[in-house]
Design a protein around this ligand. Structure first.
Ligand SMILES: *Cc1c(COP(=O)(O)O)cnc(C)c1O
Length: 392
């Protein structure tokens, strides 16, 4: 293992401080490293592997598509992408879909669509987007421009212009930042990387109202909180506040790199042929993955399962927080949960890994719990037992 890690440290760019683990295979909600050590996975490849590892029908669907046709190009139609678009549109309540290769590209597309909508109305590109402090939307230049965490941004400025930041969950701050140039408001219904902060219901309703009154587009980034993680297919459905543009990725392909932005018809009308494109996006292979994912969600009745197991996780974390000192609070929705500590959690995470549990952080003081959606109550108990041992 050490030899491989040394080689990696010479070959790969130093953009990550990786844990000294080389993962090799997965089975259900467990991962194994190349030396056979077993880990309970409460990270799911950063909220990606919703179905758990080794779902045979999902795997079979991918294998079949590999043997048939991997890629065509967007000069042609392909059946898997039509079916995937139909499923995503139905699940998200949006009318049209554009498939991308990642989350950050979905954000790029959403920004371009919002700007084009404004441009068609005002015949100028001099518009503004309101984004949130503590948000995370990705690493490409446009997505970084709407990411409200200075540490990710400063070395890469100037980013794209026309972005102003508001405090999350503050209607007053949105009102203060709106002007005649505002074309869109972008937010995560549950802020994930920024520390697991769910939006307040009244806040989202008020933001929706403001957007309707002033023809401002509301963009929900559901790349992490979507695809069933919070207990409904997309978090907006739980809040009863529908966006005009929605982004998805992470669990959308469950390990196959695919993202999407989708929108309601009046917004989609802004795009014309030539406005946007991608070589890979929506190719038969990634679309087959999206189809298999939606099929498995239905077959496993996964949303209902998430509701049940997540209320158990929430209660257990709540109790855990009360019975241990140094924990400030539990926050989150569904299987997107966080425990905020009074101190950095880096050491807890390392010791959890030593003790066969994979956990991530969300900011320096917050432990993040984002397991595969198929976990059971027994897995929750197993996780807490390890965590208890580590903390004590
Ligand atoms: C992960 C994430 C992104 C970026 O997705 P990538 O696939 O890493 O580019 C954007 N928004 C949110 C909310 C995310 O969690």
């Amino acid at each position: 293992m050490e030899e491989y890690i040394n080689e990696a440290e010479h070959l790969l760019m130093h953009t990550y401080s990786r844990y000294k683990i080389i993962l090799d295979k997965g089975d259900g909600v467990y991962l194994y490293d190349i030396e056979g050590k077993k880990y309970l996975d409460f990270g799911a490849g950063i909220a990606v592997f919703a179905l758990g590892y080794g779902n045979t029908e999902y795997n079979a669907a991918l294998k079949a598509q590999i043997d048939k046709l991997l890629h065509t190009s967007n000069y042609f139609y392909n059946v898997p992408s039509i079916k995937a678009a139909s499923k995503l549109a139905a699940a998200s309540g949006m009318d049209r879909v554009f498939f991308t290769n990642s989350g950050t590209e979905a954000i790029e597309g959403a920004i371009k669509l919002a700007r084009k909508y404004y441009y068609k109305k005002h015949h100028t590109g001099d518009s503004q987007i309101i984004a949130m402090n503590k948000s995370f939307h990705g690493r490409s230049m446009g997505a970084l421009s709407v990411t409200g965490q200075p540490s990710y941004r400063v070395a890469f400025e100037p980013l794209i212009g026309g972005v102003v930041f508001a405090d999350f969950n503050s209607v007053e701050d949105i009102r203060a930042k709106i002007n005649e140039k505002t074309c869109a408001i972008i937010l995560e219904p549950v802020q994930a990387e920024g520390g697991i902060y769910p939006a307040e219901g009244e806040y989202l309703k008020e933001v929706r109202k403001i957007c309707d009154e002033q023809d401002i587009l509301l963009i929900f980034d559901e790349i992490q909180c979507g695809m069933g993680r919070t207990g409904s297919m997309f978090a907006w459905q739980e809040y009863g506040v529908k966006p005009d543009i929605l982004t998805a990725a992470k669990a959308l392909g469950c390990g196959v790199p695919v993202g999407a932005f989708a929108a309601v018809e009046k917004v989609c009308q802004a795009f014309e042929p030539g406005d946007h494109g991608t070589t890979y996006g929506g190719n038969p292979f990634t679309a087959a993955a999206v189809n298999a994912v939606f099929d498995q969600y239905e077959k496993l009745n996964l949303i209902e399962h998430v509701k049940e197991v997540s209320s158990y996780l929430e209660l257990s974390l709540e109790e855990f927080a009360k019975s241990h000192s140094g924990i400030k609070e539990r926050r989150g929705k569904g299987l997107l949960q966080g425990l905020e500590f009074e101190y950095p959690v880096k050491e807890i995470i390392q010791k959890a890994m030593d003790n066969n549990l994979i956990l991530f952080s969300a900011g320096s003081n917050v432990l993040r719990f984002i397991p595969p959606l198929v976990i059971t109550k027994e897995h929750v108990d197993e996780m807490l037992e390890i965590l208890k041992k580590v903390i004590e």
